[in-house]
Design a protein around this ligand. Sequence first.
Ligand code: AMP
Length: 354
Amino acid sequence: MIEPGGVIGILGGGQLGRMTALAAANLGYRCHIFCPEANSPAMQVSSRATVADYDDAAALARFADAVDVVTFEFENVPATAAAVLAKHRAVHPRPEILQICQDRVKEKDFLRAHGVGTTDYRKITNTTDLTEALSTLGASILKTARWGYDGKGQIALKPGDDATAAWARLKTDEAILEARVDFACEISAVLARGIDGAIASYVPVENRHTDGILANTVAPAAIAPSLAARADDIARRIAVALGLVGVLAVEMFVTKSGDVLVNELAPRPHNSGHWTIDACVASQFEQLVRAVCGLPLGSTERYCDAVMTNLIGADVAMWRDAVAEPNAKLHLYGKVDALPGRKMGHVTRLKPRA
Ligand code: AMP
């Protein structure tokens, strides 16, 4: 167990690292942020920082030696960086999980191998693959296998579309073609798993996206209790299969026929779990701190229902209204440039449990 006073190393300096560092501070821990950009959102609230590239092996080794445990706030950590860190310190979640979750083909293969339902998909490495897969899968979405996020690196396609042009546009050597799911809604299940294997899960939530970016999360999702239980069970099974220590978010589609299909995994705190800061006994960020330090997990019980709204780009100007609303909790990430598509903050509106 790493006791309060210890130092948690976090790879990545964005808002997820920032909110983890705030939760760590509440429990008496300090955080050391490793990130290529100076003055990143997480660094602004942490006592220590290393500004270096993720392929700087010497800086990574020094960082690992200076902390008690390493975690990360995004899954696109280069495999080489994770390997260097793991040589020096415990890394939670373990680097093998990153390798699965940073590649959409590996991730879906892993899910299928463990009996978890996903949409039909094909690995694509050239135009011929794409032409064949498109004729089998019908309306579908072509996604880069790696490094995509928030709907970036995705092209919607239908049979008859120009596969050569689409493949050229994606500018990658490996992709996945996924059959388009005609979903009733999108949900996610967020949970934490401790070093002892204990799991604490939050109630599944509904996620609404605009232009591929999460706009709102409604907690809890307005779905039948049996569906919520199924989503929770799927997320738990995946966490066990991964051997996860930390926080896991499982994004899922609820189909119109009542099926639950997993879209994507995030082995870290997730945007759809931000509501837990204000509405639950222990937030997803506190759970990450507890899990990686070997503390018992906190309670995921919710005090109230919540709707979380992201402040994206120029939306951040809405902070003036949000801060004046009695039941709204405003969170700003300390980012200076409100670029289009950039997550600047979020607002969680609380209301009594239904
Ligand atoms: P992703 O980056 O995979 O999370 O995709 C971003 C968003 O695009 C999802 O939240 C969905 O709204 C939509 N999307 C992604 N994949 C599919 C799919 N196979 N079928 C339907 N919609 C999808």
